[in-house]
Write a protein that binds this ligand. Structure first.
Ligand SMILES: *Cc1c(COP(=O)(O)O)cnc(C)c1O
Ligand SMILES: [Zn+2]
Length: 415
């Protein structure tokens, strides 16, 4: 079955053969993978998906892979958790956490996009993969390149968190730390991609890479029993994930796998110190004003997001909204999720929890509707953000009497 029509320009609609291309030669619009949904309808069913592996590859027919999966066989199908403690705390009826902080193998949703991009790079005969990264992508490209025995060049802003740097270097890529912002790193990578025949997962392979994010959306719907939630709150960096979750829901509708309407409002979450997409949504303008990032949420620190315009359109079209979180609120969000649900997310997750809380408190998200909060990365990679906030409560000599005294002190403090 031929399921792919190649690539299609998102602006002028021109068609291209499947190739490592990402911009339209005529209008410079971004290219997108084009599927033959007529060929997939009736072939991809709830049953065929359920019969697939417990990974993102249960949706392989809806991903742009022609041959066999080359790397990342165990990526995805992460838990969707009913977060009743958090719901009680926020006075809500139904909150779910889609928990990609435990995605295999590098603890963020970036494993989904990288598994597709690196498999595609193999299909096109590349022997070197590369990326411009705010951290999690670096970890994932380096890991999957190691698994696929490919060379890798990873470009990061030099001020990245130490945890993310080490979790990249361990896989032995060539790591290039650039003195500049992510946006400067990205611009440099565009020039390098023109010159060297490397598969930059989020530059020349961006149309394939970004499709991997759809699996996050497919899983939410399947795990809810083929029901769409009322609201999904999504952390935005380049703005791709939010557009692809929306695309996933639409595809399931097109294929007849969900009943009723689309029924989901998509909400964007960003840091106040780097929130150009949310600013567009709040100001109701489709003109993106780039910013210079200044936030602890480094994995979301993209000042000139490639898919910013499309992310704005998704929030608008779905009837959703957007909210910023200050650095203070980000930390509070991380602590709230940890305290109520026992989930340690990174700063990006703090952004999402904080934005969800504010949207609920402002009445933008009604308390009696179903809500999914997207947790996309793991807190163990960004402990720096909590360093000044948390310390041991008690420090004692190793004796029972010392502990007894400390316990008495603690109790008198809290009573
Ligand atoms: C990259 C990233 C995002 C956002 O992804 P985009 O598709 O670029 O908007 C969200 N959360 C985490 C943890 C990320 O690393
Ligand atoms: Zn075009």
């Amino acid at each position: 079955m031929e399921k792919l029509n190649g690539l299609r320009c998102r602006e002028c609609g021109r068609h291209y053969q499947a190739a490592p291309l990402h911009v339209c030669e005529f209008c410079f619009g971004p290219l997108e993978v084009d599927y033959r949904y007529d060929a997939l309808k009736g072939v991809v069913t709830r049953e065929s998906i359920a019969a697939g592996p417990p990974s993102m590859w249960r949706y392989k027919e809806l991903l742009p892979i022609d041959g066999d999966v080359a790397v990342g066989h165990h990526v995805g199908f992460t838990p969707l958790i009913r977060a009743q403690n958090l719901a009680d705390e926020l006075g809500c009826r139904e909150i779910w956490v889609k928990n990609d902080s435990v995605c295999h193998p590098t603890w963020s949703f970036k494993d989904r996009v990288v598994a597709v991009a690196v498999t595609k790079a193999r299909e096109f005969g590349f022997d070197t993969v590369a990326c411009a990264s705010t951290g999690n992508l670096a970890n994932s490209v380096a890991a999957h390149a190691a698994e696929g025995r490919l060379k890798s060049y990873i470009f990061i802003p030099a001020d990245l968190e130490q945890g993310k740097v080490l979790a990249t270097l361990v896989y032995n890529p060539t790591l290039v730390a650039v003195h500049g912002t992510y946006d400067e790193v990205n611009r440099l990578c565009s020039e390098i991609a023109d010159k060297y025949r490397w598969a930059f997962v989020n530059v020349n392979f961006r149309p394939y890479y970004s499709e991997g994010s759809k699996s996050y959306g497919f899983e939410i719907v399947e795990q809810l029993g083929w029901r769409t939630p009322g609201h999904i709150i999504v952390p935005c960096a380049g703005g791709s994930l939010i557009t692809k979750i929306w695309k996933a829901i639409k595809e399931l509708k097109t294929l007849g796998l969900i009943d009723g309407g689309l029924g989901t409002k998509m909400h964007a979450a960003q840091a106040l110190g780097c929130g150009p997409i949310v600013t567009m949504i709040k100001n109701d303008t489709d003109v993106l004003v780039p910013v210079r990032p200044n936030t602890i949420a480094k994995s979301l620190a993209i000042g000139n997001p490639a898919d910013g315009y499309y992310a704005y359109k998704v929030a608008k079209e779905s009837g959703g909204s957007g909210e910023h979180a200050t650095d203070e609120e980000i930390v509070e969000g991380m602590l709230l999720l940890a305290r109520t649900e026992g989930i340690f997310t990174e700063t990006a997750g703090g952004v999402t929890v904080a934005a969800a809380k504010k949207l609920i408190e402002r009445g933008v998200i009604p308390r009696d509707e179903s809500i999914v909060i997207c947790i996309t990365g793991n807190g163990l990679k960004t402990p720096d953000s909590l360093q000044d906030r948390l310390d041991a409560h008690v420090k004692i000599k190793p004796s029972l009497s010392a502990f007894d005294r400390a316990l008495a002190d603690l109790k008198s403090q809290t009573s």
